[in-house]
Design a protein around this ligand. Sequence first.
Ligand SMILES: *Cc1c(COP(=O)(O)O)cnc(C)c1O
Length: 425
Amino acid sequence: MPHFFHLDGVLHAERTPLSRIAEQFGTPTYVYSKAALLENFDAFADACAGRDALVCYAMKANSNLAILDLLARRGAGFDIVSGGELLRVIAAGGDPAKVIFSGVGKTVDEMRLALSHDILCFNVESIPELHRLNEVAGAMGKQARVSLRVNPNVDAKTHPYIATGLKANKFGVAFDDALATYRTAAGLPHLTPVGIDCHIGSQLLDDAPLLEALDKLIELVDALGAEGIVLDHLDMGGGIGINYGAAGDAPPVPVGDYLGRVFARIDAWRAANYGGAPIKVIFEPGRAIVGDTGVLLTRVEFLKPGAEKNFCIVDAAMNDLMRPALYQAWMDVQQVQAGTQPAVSYDVVGPVCESGDWLARERELSVAQGALLAIMQAGAYGFTMSSNYNTRGRAAEVMVDGDTVHLVRRREDPAELFALESMLK
Ligand SMILES: *Cc1c(COP(=O)(O)O)cnc(C)c1O
C-alpha cells in the first residue's frame, strides 16, 4: 500500500499533507511514514514466522532512535558497524543480545564495548581482527562469539560503490581462505565460531546472486562440520533493493519470495545432510526496511534559466542527501502541489559550492519560487550520510503516524556546529 500519495492535489505522507509539515517544521525536512516502516519490517518478520530466524536491521541505513525503537518493539535485532551504533541501539531500548557487529575496522574500544554488552555475534572480516578480538575478550575474561564474513566472489551486478562481494572488494575473507581462517578462529582460546555470513552488495533487484552466495555458504558449513566446527547460524546479509521509480527500472524481488527461496533451499539441505535439524538464519536488511519510508521535503529558492540548462535551486543539498553526488543515484522528484507554469526541464541542485551538488537532473517541473518538492525514496542512506559541509545544519526529521506528526530530530542550529571548536590560546 502506498503511504505517500497525492490527495486533493497535495502530496501526503499517510493522512498528513506535506505542505502542512513544511509550514510547521520548515525545510529541508526528512519525512518518514510509520506505517510504511512497519509494513516493510513485517514483510521480513512474516516470512520468518515460526522459524529460528532473526531480522537484524542494518541501522546504518537510517539510525534515528524513533525508527530503532519501533523496530525493536517489533522484535528486530540490529546489524551495527560501529560502537556508536551500539550506543544508539541501547538508547532506543534494543536488545544487545540481538546485535551483530559488522565492519572491517573494529577498534579495541569498540570490541570492548560490544563484549561488555554481550552482543550476539561479531562478523569478523580478517585474520588480524580475529587475533585482536581474541586478545580483547581474553583480557575481559570473556568468550566472543564469531562469524566469518565470507566473500563468495559473486557478482551482485550493482553499482561498483555498493558491490561488496567480489575478490577486488575490501570486505570479508576470501572464499578460498575461509576454511583455514575458521581453523585459526577455532584454535584461539577466547573465540567461539558460531556462524557464517556474507553481504555481497546493495540495491540488488534480483535474488539470483544472493542464492548463489547461499550455495557457497552451505558448501562451507558442510566442510566445517566435517572438521568438527559446527555452526549454529547462517547470515545472508542485506542487499535487497527497492524501486526508486526510474523509467525502465526492474522491480525488486518481493521480500517474501526471496526469503521463501532461501528457506526452501536451506530446508532441503538440512533434510538431506542433517536429518532435518534446522540452522538459525539471520538477515541484515537496511534499504529494504527504510528506503521507501521517507522523503526529503525541500523548497525552491530560485529558478535560474540558462543557455544549456535550467537550474532549480532548492534548500536541500548534497550535504543532506549524498546519494546522487556519491553514486550518481537517480532519485524521483515530485511536486507537492501541481504548478500553473508550463513544465520546464530542470536540474535540481542545492546551494553548496560544488558542481557535484545536484539532487536530480533533467526533470520536467512546473514550479515557481517557493514551491515545495519531495525527493522520494530517501529513507535509506539519506539522513545518516548527511554532513555539515558548508556549515549547514542538518535537516529536521519527522515521523508521520496517520494525521499526527512527531518531530524525531530537531533541525540543527548552525551555532551548534562549531560549539566543539576552540581557537588557539
Ligand atoms: C550496509 C550493510 C547491510 C545493509 O545493506 P542494504 O543494502 O541496505 O540492505 C547489511 N550488512 C552489512 C554488513 C552492511 O554493511
